[in-house]
Design a protein around this ligand. Structure first.
Ligand code: SF4
Length: 886
C-alpha cells in the first residue's frame, strides 16, 4: 500500500456488521495503519462505530495461522491440498456425496462463497453446504420467500432517514448496527416529529433513546404484530388498491390473528394502554419502517414473526416507497452475499431454487456440472447432528467457530472430536474449533484479500487488499479452487483472480433471467479487471451496464411469486415461554462475534472486559446475589460462570448474557453451550435467544484481578476472563482454595521468579486479602489483587500503569492500593471509546451541572465521536449509573 503523503488511500469495507461501512485505509509515514470512515460511501458517509474505528489495532500477526498444518505439523500447501482432496474423494467414493459437508460463513467474501457453493452443489453433487448465517437471518430469508416469492430486501438505508416512524423490533441497533442508529438519531434531530419505537424485553441502549419502549415478554412478537394487523383493519388503514392488485391471503391472515387487546396484553406483557399508543402511532404514520434483526429471527417462530411484520406493511401498502417498508438488517458483513451465491443448504446460486427443476437445469447447464442435487442439504444444526451420528464423515469449516456459536456448543465439540476428518480454514491459529482440526489451512485476513461483500440494503461494495498475505496465507477462493482442481474438476474452476469469479457469478445471475428473478447483475457481466478494481458501491439488481442499481422493490407490486402477487401469511400466535429463568443472548457494543479480531484491540475491552449476566434486582435478591458476585447458569446442556450485573434494564424472570466470550478469553462463558438446539420449523434457524436455565450465586474461596505484560496462566482457576491491555493482559479470576502466595501469584501472572525483579506486597491475614506488584527496573510488569470478596480496585487505571516507569514512593503506594492517590483521577469504565472518556469524567460533568447529552459532550467530548455511547450517557443522566460489572 502507498504512503498517504503521495498516494490516495485504499477504499475498502469494514469487515464487521451488515451495515457495510466504507473505510479509507492509509499507511502513515511511520509504517502504521490508519483507518477512517469513507465520506463518499453511501452506507455511512464517513461515520464509523467504535469497532470500525479500532480496526487498525486488530491487524497484528499475533495468534495468526500462517502455515498449513496436518495433524498439528507444518506442511507445504501441496501436501495439505492433496490430503483434503483425497480424503473428500475417498469418502464420497465409499459413502456417497452426502457423507461430506462444508460449513461456511458470512465472513467470507462473495467470490469465496461462490466457489465453495459451486464445488459442493455442482461438482461434489450434494447440498450439504450451510453457512453460519443460518444462525443470524435464515428466518428473514424464509419470511421474504413466503411473502414475496424471493429473498428480497425491499428498501434501503435512505428509508431510515425519510421515515416518520421507525419501529425497531428485536434489534439493539445502537450497539449492533451503531452507524445506522446514528443516522436515525441525526434524522430525528432534524425532524423532531419523527418517532422511534423500540420493542425489546430489555431496556437496551436502543430503548434508552427511543420515544416509546414496549418491554415485550419473550415470545410475544407474533401476537403483537397480529394485534397491529387487526387494529389497522378495524381503523380502515388498508391500502385497498395495493391489497387488491398485488396480494393474496388477507382473510386467512386476519382470521389467524387475535383482535382482543386484553389477550394481546397477556401474550405480550405490554399494557393495553401502550399497545393502543403504538398501534395508533403506526396506523397514523404513512411513512413507517419496521427494522428487525436477531431478536426476531433467532426464535422457534422466527419466520412467523417476520411474516407477521410483513403482513402489516402489505396491508397498508407501505413497502418499496421512500420511508416505508419492512427491513431486515443482517448481522454479518456478507450474510447477504452468502444468500446471493446460494450459501444456504436449501438454495441455489443467484436466488434460484433447489426444488425448481428449471432453476436446477439452468445452473447445471451454466456450470457444465455433472449433477445438481434436487433436495435441500442439511441445515446448520442438523448438519452437526449428522456429524455426531456418523452420517457425515468429512467436514470443511471455513471462517467460523461453531464450537462457540452453535447451540449446545459442547455437543458440537464432541461431534467434531468424533468426526473422521475435519478441515478448518481460518485466520486464527487458536480457536475452539481449530483445536479439533485434522488439517488447518491459513486464510487471508481482512486487508489481505480482494473481493466483494453485500450489505443489508443490497449494496455490493469492494473489499480491497492493502497488505500482502503473511506467511503462506491465501485467499479462501484460491484454496477452494485448488482443492477442486485436485479433485479433478479443474476445467470448471479456471479462475486466476476474484474478478474472474465475480464475472462468472454475474453471468449466472443473468442466465435465463429476463427479469424473472430479483437478483440480476447483467450490467456487471462485462467488467474488466480494471472495472472490477474500480467498482463503486452499487445496489442490486444492476440489469444494464452503466445502471446505478435499484433502490427499492415492490411499490407497484411485481413480486416474484408464480402469479406476481405477494402473500399474506397466516401466523397464529403461539404460547410465550413461561419458564422461570428465560435466557436471552446477544451482543455488546465493542465486541464482534467470538472476539477473534476485536479481542486484540485493548480499547474495545475497556468498555465491558469480562462476561456478565444481567439480572433484575428482585431476582438477584431472591437468589442472594450481590453486585459483582459471580453466578453460575446451568441446565442439562452446559454450565457457565460469569459476573453478575444487577440492573432493572432486565425483565424479571429473564437473564441476558452476551455471546462473545470463547475458550481463549474465558474459562467457562460460552453461553451457547446452554441453548437447546430447537429450530424454527420453516427456516431451520436455531432459537438462540431462548434458553431455560437455573442460576445460583457462585462463592469461590477468593476473587482476583491481575494485570501482566505476559499472558496470565489461567489453568486450574475456578473462574477467569482475559482481556488485552495496551501493555499486556488483564484478568478477572477466582479460585476455590486459599489465596495464592507470592510464588503462586507470580506463576498466575505468567511471570518467572526472576531474582532481579523487585516486589511490593501486602497481606492482610485476618481480612483475607493479598496484593503483589512485580517490577522490572522501575516498571511494574505484573500486579495481582486477591480477596475473599470481589476485588475493588481501579482496573483501567491499573492496566494503564503496566510497564510505565513509576519511581516515587507515592506511586508505589498507589499501585499497591489499586487506585491513584492524591489529585489524580481514575477514568473508570470506558464509555466513549472514540475519545477515551471514562465513566468518572462523565459522572463529574453531571455532578457539575450537565443535564443533556450535548452538554456532557461539550464538557468531556464523550459522545462526540461515532455516538455509539450516547445511550449510556443518557442512562447516566437519567439513572446515574453506567454499564459496569466490577
Ligand atoms: Fe463496521 Fe461499525 Fe459500520 Fe458495522 S456499524 S460496518 S461494525 S463501522
Amino acid at each position: 500500500m502507498a504512503d498517504s503523503g503521495a498516494f490516495p488511500p485504499v477504499r475498502t469495507t469494514c469487515p464487521y456488521c451488515g451495515v457495510g461501512c466504507g473505510v479509507l485505509v492509509r499507511r502513515r509515514g511511520d509504517g502504521g495503519i490508519e483507518v477512517t470512515g469513507d465520506p463518499d460511501h453511501p452506507a455511512n458517509y464517513g461515520r464509523l462505530c467504535s469497532k470500525g474505528a479500532a480496526l487498525a489495532e486488530t491487524l497484528g500477526l499475533e495468534g495468526r495461522l500462517l502455515y498449513p498444518e496436518m495433524d498439528g505439523r507444518r506442511v507445504a500447501w501441496r501436501a495439505a491440498i492433496r490430503r483434503v482432496a483425497e480424503r473428500f474423494r475417498e469418502t464420497i467414493a465409499e459413502h456417497g456425496p452426502d457423507s461430506v459437508a462444508f460449513y461456511i460463513s458470512g465472513q467470507l467474501l462473495t467470490e469465496d462463497y461462490y466457489v465453495a457453493n459451486k464445488l459442493m452443489k455442482g461438482f461434489i453433487g450434494s447440498a450439504n453446504i450451510d453457512t453460519n448465517s443460518r444462525l443470524c437471518m435464515a428466518s428473514s430469508v424464509a419470511g421474504h420467500r413466503r411473502a414475496f416469492g424471493s429473498d428480497t430486501v425491499p428498501g434501503c438505508y435512505d428509508d431510515l432517514d425519510k421515515a416518520d416512524l421507525v419501529v425497531l423490533t428485536g434489534s439493539n441497533l445502537a450497539w449492533c448496527h451503531p452507524v445506522l442508529f446514528q443516522r436515525l438519531l441525526v434524522a430525528r434531530e432534524a425532524r423532531p416529529e419523527m418517532k422511534i419505537v423500540a420493542i425489546d424485553p430489555r431496556r437496551t441502549a436502543t430503548a434508552e433513546l427511543a420515544d416509546l419502549h414496549l418491554r415485550i415478554r419473550p415470545g410475544g412478537d407474533v401476537a403483537l404484530f397480529n394485534g397491529l394487523l387487526h387494529w389497522l383493519h378495524a381503523e380502515g388503514c388498508i391500502d385497498v388498491g395495493f391489497v387488491a392488485r398485488h396480494t393474496d391471503g388477507l382473510e386467512a391472515a386476519l382470521a389467524a390473528a387475535d383482535d382482543d387487546l386484553a389477550a394481546i396484553e397477556t401474550a405480550t406483557g405490554v399494557s393495553q394502554h401502550q399497545l393502543a399508543a403504538f398501534y395508533a402511532l403506526f396506523a397514523g404514520t404513512e411513512q413507517a419502517v419496521t427494522v428487525y434483526s436477531q431478536g426476531v429471527n433467532q426464535a422457534v417462530d422466527g419466520t412467523d414473526r417476520v411474516n407477521a411484520i410483513i403482513n402489516c406493511h402489505l396491508f397498508t401498502g407501505r413497502i418499496g416507497r421512500p420511508g416505508m417498508g419492512p427491513f431486515s438488517v443482517t448481522g454479518q458483513p456478507n450474510a447477504m452475499g452468502g444468500r446471493e451465491v446460494g450459501g444456504l443448504a436449501n438454495q441455489l446460486a443467484c436466488h434460484m431454487e433447489l426444488d425448481d427443476v428449471d432453476h436446477r437445469a439452468l445452473v447445471q447447464n451454466f456450470w457444465d456440472a455433472p449433477a445438481v442435487p434436487d433436495t435441500a442439504g442439511l441445515k446448520a444444526v442438523d448438519l452437526f447432528r449428522a456429524i455426531e451420528d456418523g452420517r457425515i464423515k468429512a467436514v470443511w469449516i471455513m471462517a467460523t467457530n461453531p464450537v462457540v456459536s452453535l447451540p449446545e456448543a459442547d455437543r458440537v465439540r464432541r461431534a467434531l472430536e468424533k468426526c473422521s476428518f475435519v478441515v478448518v480454514s481460518d485466520v486464527e491459529r487458536h480457536t475452539d474449533t481449530t483445536a479439533l482440526a485434522d488439517v488447518l489451512l491459513p486464510a487471508a485476513a481482512w486487508g489481505e484479500k480482494d473481493g466483494t461483500v453485500t450489505n443489508s440494503e443490497r449494496r455490493i461494495s469492494r473489499q480491497r487488499a492493502f497488505s500482502a498475505c503473511p506467511g503462506l496465507a491465501r485467499p479462501d477462493w484460491l484454496i477452494i479452487r485448488d482443492v477442486a482442481r485436485e479433485m479433478g474438476f479443474g476445467a470448471a474452476f479456471d479462475y486466476d483472480g476474484p474478478a474472474d469469479v465475480f464475472r462468472e457469478f454475474a453471468a449466472l445471475s443473468a442466465h435465463g433471467n429476463h427479469g424473472s428473478r430479483d437478483f440480476d447483475l447483467s450490467g456487471l457481466t462485462g467488467l474488466t479487471p480494471a472495472g472490477y478494481d474500480a467498482l463503486q458501491p452499487v445496489q442490486w439488481p444492476v440489469r444494464h451496464a452503466g445502471n446505478g442499481g435499484q433502490e427499492r422493490f415492490f411499490a407497484e407490486g411485481g413480486f416474484f411469486t408464480a402469479n406476481g402477487r405477494a402473500r399474506f401469511v397466516a401466523t397464529p400466535a403461539g404460547q410465550s415461554p413461561a419458564h422461570a429463568f428465560h435466557l436471552n443472548t446477544g451482543r455488546i457494543r465493542d465486541q464482534w462475534h467470538t472476539m477473534t479480531r476485536t479481542g486484540r484491540a485493548p480499547r474495545l475491552s475497556r468498555h465491558l472486559a469480562e462476561p456478565f449476566v444481567e439480572i433484575h434486582p428482585v431476582d438477584a435478591g431472591h437468589h442472594d446475589v450481590q453486585p459483582a458476585d459471580l453466578v453460575v447458569l446451568e441446565n442439562a446442556f452446559g454450565r457457565v460462570v460469569a459476573r453478575a450485573l444487577i440492573t432493572d434494564a432486565q425483565r424479571r424472570g429473564s437473564l441476558f448474557m452476551p455471546m462473545h466470550w470463547s475458550g481463549p478469553w474465558s474459562g467457562a462463558a460460552r453461553v451457547d453451550a446452554l441453548i437447546e438446539s430447537i429450530t424454527d420449523p420453516v427456516s431451520g434457524q436455531p432459537a438462540l435467544k431462548s434458553g431455560t436455565v437455573r442460576f445460583s450465586v457462585f462463592r469461590p474461596g477468593w476473587y482476583g484481578f491481575a494485570v501482566s505484560v505476559e499472558r496470565p496462566a489461567a489453568a486450574g482457576l475456578a473462574y477467569w476472563a482475559l482481556a488485552r491491555t495496551e501493555g499486556g493482559f488483564r484478568m478477572e479470576c477466582a479460585g476455590l482454595d486459599a489465596i495464592p502466595g507470592e510464588a503462586g501469584a507470580t506463576a498466575l501472572l505468567g511471570l518467572s521468579a526472576a531474582p532481579e525483579a523487585t516486589r511490593l506486597q501486602y497481606r492482610d491475614e485476618r481480612g483475607g486479602s493479598y496484593r503483589l506488584v512485580i517490577f522490572r527496573g522501575d516498571r511494574p510488569v505484573g500486579l495481582f489483587f486477591a480477596a475473599r470478596t470481589p476485588v475493588a480496585v481501579e482496573r483501567n487505571w491499573l492496566a494503564g500503569c503496566l510497564d510505565r516507569a513509576i519511581t516515587d514512593a507515592a506511586g508505589h503506594t498507589a499501585l499497591l492500593a489499586g487506585r491513584p492517590g492524591g489529585a489524580s483521577c481514575a477514568a473508570g469504565a470506558l464509555i466513549c471509546a472514540c475519545n477515551g472518556i471514562g465513566a468518572n469524567a462523565i459522572r463529574a460533568a453531571i455532578e457539575g451541572g450537565a443535564t443533556t447529552m450535548v452538554e456532557v459532550g461539550r464538557r468531556t467530548r464523550a459522545g462526540t465521536g461515532c455516538g455509539s455511547c450516547l445511550s449510556e450517557i443518557k442512562r447516566m443522566l437519567d439513572h446515574g449509573v453506567a454499564t459496569e460489572t466490577v
